[in-house]
Ligand binder design. Structure first.
Ligand code: GLV
Length: 333
């Protein structure tokens, strides 16, 4: 806020709940730039109604809330925050693996329910990460950061790269699709599904990846595999996942993201003891959120300075300049 206020009048939506759509459109009409959250839907209808807009800066690496092609055609630059959140998100993926494999959340509930009577040799038996095979679907900067950690834990790491939309040019080390990760071997998806004890999803949500883990993929998994999703809920067919949990084909799941967020109070997933759910907090560390905020601001200030955002998701966009008079009138000092 401080940095932006040096250059522009800032209209802040000061509420954790996202602005109602009509309100977001109404207020964005007066803006040259908006800084958005993943919960703000920036689609063609939105962009059509906000013709003054020159840049949308998303406080996220994921871009599934933004119609990138339409923004490009409309001359709206889109910025995002790759690179800076990869390590933090990978840490959560590993935390979820431990949580499910070693039943950490379930064990905590057990203790709080005053059910811990004595030590017994078979109490809360779980599964080892060391010696298990981890299959990573999507091998961008987050998938690679998961691989490094898993290899250090003694896991056998395989991965199936996902080739989707070309990634932005990241100034901060987003090395998407570079296949260099010592100790991790690329395999076809079918082999990954058949051999993995743990599967970590690390793909962006695109038209190609929506529902990519469905009934057939669950059926092809090793019996008892554990699925970790820190990507986007809609990459998984949630109904198929519930069926797979019921049948035991899926041995557990660690989910930071869901098809519908927040989760509905009656969602069947809440009933499974072998499912750990976190509220979309993959990048939620103090340091990483600060870095994301700085980068989201940099992306906007780049456009104010007549350049593309340094982390531009649509580098082919033809930037429309912000009229000099307007920029001056925007200045607060
Ligand atoms: C968060 O979900 C992100 O895409 O950065």
């Amino acid at each position: 806020m401080r940095r932006l206020a040096e250059y522009a009048r800032v209209d802040l939506w000061d509420d954790d709940a996202p602005p109602p759509r009509a309100e977001l459109i109404r207020r964005s009409r007066a803006c040259d730039a908006i800084l958005t959250m993943v919960s703000d839907r920036i689609d063609a209808a939105f962009i059509r109604q906000t013709s003054r807009l020159r840049v949308v800066s998303n406080l996220a690496v994921g871009l599934d809330n933004i119609d990138l092609d339409f923004a490009t055609r409309a001359g709206v630059a889109v910025g995002h925050t790759p690179g800076v959140l990869a390590e933090t998100t990978a840490e959560l993926a590993i935390a979820l693996m431990f949580a499910v494999a070693r039943r950490v959340v379930e064990a905590d509930r057990f203790v709080r329910a005053r059910r811990w009577r004595m030590w017994t040799p078979r109490l809360m038996l779980g599964r080892d990460l060391a010696g298990s095979t981890l299959g990573i679907i999507g091998f961008g900067s987050i998938g690679q950061a998961v691989a490094r950690r898993a290899a250090a834990l003694g896991m056998n790491v395989i991965y199936a790269p996902h080739r989707g939309r070309p990634k932005s040019r990241s100034a901060r080390g987003g090395t998407e699709l570079s296949a260099s990760s010592p100790g991790a071997n690329p395999v076809p998806l079918a082999r990954l599904l058949a051999e993995s004890d743990f599967i970590s999803l690390n793909v962006p949500l695109t038209t190609e990846t929506r529902g990519m883990i469905g009934p057939e993929e669950f059926a092809a998994m090793k019996r008892g595999a554990i699925l970790i999703n820190t990507a986007r809920g809609a990459v998984v067919d949630q109904k198929a996942m519930i069926d797979a949990l019921r049948s035991g084909r899926l041995g557990g799941a660690g989910l930071d993201v869901l098809e519908t967020e927040p989760i509905a109070p009656d969602d069947p997933l809440l009933k499974f003891a072998n499912v750990a759910i976190t509220p979309h907090i993959g990048s939620a560390s103090h340091r990483t959120r600060q870095r994301m905020a700085e980068l989201a601001v940099d992306n906007i200030l780049d456009v104010f300075a007549g350049r593309r955002p340094r982390c531009c998701a649509n580098p082919k966009v033809r930037l429309r300049k912000i009229a000099a008079g307007r920029a001056r009138s925007n200045r607060v000092r």
